[in-house]
Design a protein around this ligand. Sequence first.
Ligand code: NAD
Ligand code: DAU
Length: 331
Amino acid sequence: MKLLVCGAAGFIGSNFVRLRVRDHGDEITVLDKLTYAGRMENLQDVESDIRFVHGAIEDPAAVAEAIGDAEAIVNFAAETHVDRSIADPEGFLVTNMQGTHVLLEAARQRGLRYLQVSTDEVYGSIEEGSFTEDSPLEPSSPYSATKTGADLLVSSYYHTYGLETVICRGSNNYGPHQYPEKLIPLMILNALAGDTLPVYGDGRNVRNWLFVEDFARGIGHALLHGQPGEVYNCGGPDECDNLTVVNRIIELTGAGPDLIEFVTDRPGHDRRYSLSSDKLQGLGWRAQVRFDEGIARTVDWYRENEWWWGSIRSGEYREYYERHYGRALKA
Ligand code: NAD
Ligand code: DAU
């Protein structure tokens, strides 16, 4: 297929592009603003196989330049970190909502299929059981509220204009190339550096962990086999609380358990996420990587790829870390 993939210099988008180029021979144009989270290093091994356009999804001119003769748009582009959305929500509205609108308009004018990459956070928190695609939308953070707004806008383009839209909602991803503001890469890099491991609240919040290559395959499945106007959940095979995740990272890195430090909880912190993926499984998708295997592969990748994260830990990230955690990152 000929695809316009937005936000693919980030974590999940770059894994998706790698998969589509290598296994499916898709012709891909990437449109990315290269924010702090977007890095050409993430696309280094496929750079010669794709066309790259530097620009923002909320800029119609950049979208028009990038779109070429694409048959479909896949939108990963977003501001994605919940803690940053709590500190400063405005950029989340611009990219996640206004940007989605510009892409939908471009798809509508050209009659393109449109896949929106979304999140389990639109459903809010669930104490027991799992969310289905029919569960009510009850987002808690500015991040998830803007992702919910975008999902509703996508659905409105299906209902109003008959645009071929599909929404794929993933649970917490982890794996290679994830920016170290998120729990798993942050804990791995701090553990390797002998730095403290800041666990929010009591550490008993539960997340439904999904290896990034499984999500990339799930999105491909939803794009090719999903019904227009439908939503597909894509959840990981294992649930785990944060303390269990951190203790596993301690074991795999050989760090000391005394590095764990309980810090002030995130405001409005969702207690538990859990997705039912029955509908996507009905299209033939299955998660292939269990948490035990995926976390070991992820720790190995960070251990072996200091070239990728060394410059992050010495740049904007240091300032973010100090601002957010109120302490300096260990050199
Ligand atoms: P990321 O933060 O690693 O990457 C985001 C990418 O979008 C970066 O390359 C960035 O430069 C780009 N971007 C940001 N604003 C842009 C703009 N205005 N125009 C163009 N590009 C812009 O994000 P990720 O973790 O890879 O998440 C990708 C998508 O998947 C997001 O839509 C997110 O909501 C969704 N999602 C993430 C997870 C997860 O666990 N990380 C789970 C489910 C869904
Ligand atoms: O569920 C999907 C979502 O997963 C995506 O939509 C988001 O883009 C992505 O950021 C992620 O959101 P979370 O808030 O769940 O992920 P995060 O890695 O920020 O936090 C995971 C859990 O770990 C959460 O309970 C908060 C906790 N945490 C996080 C950090 C960064 C800590 O205890 N300490 C930390 O330093």
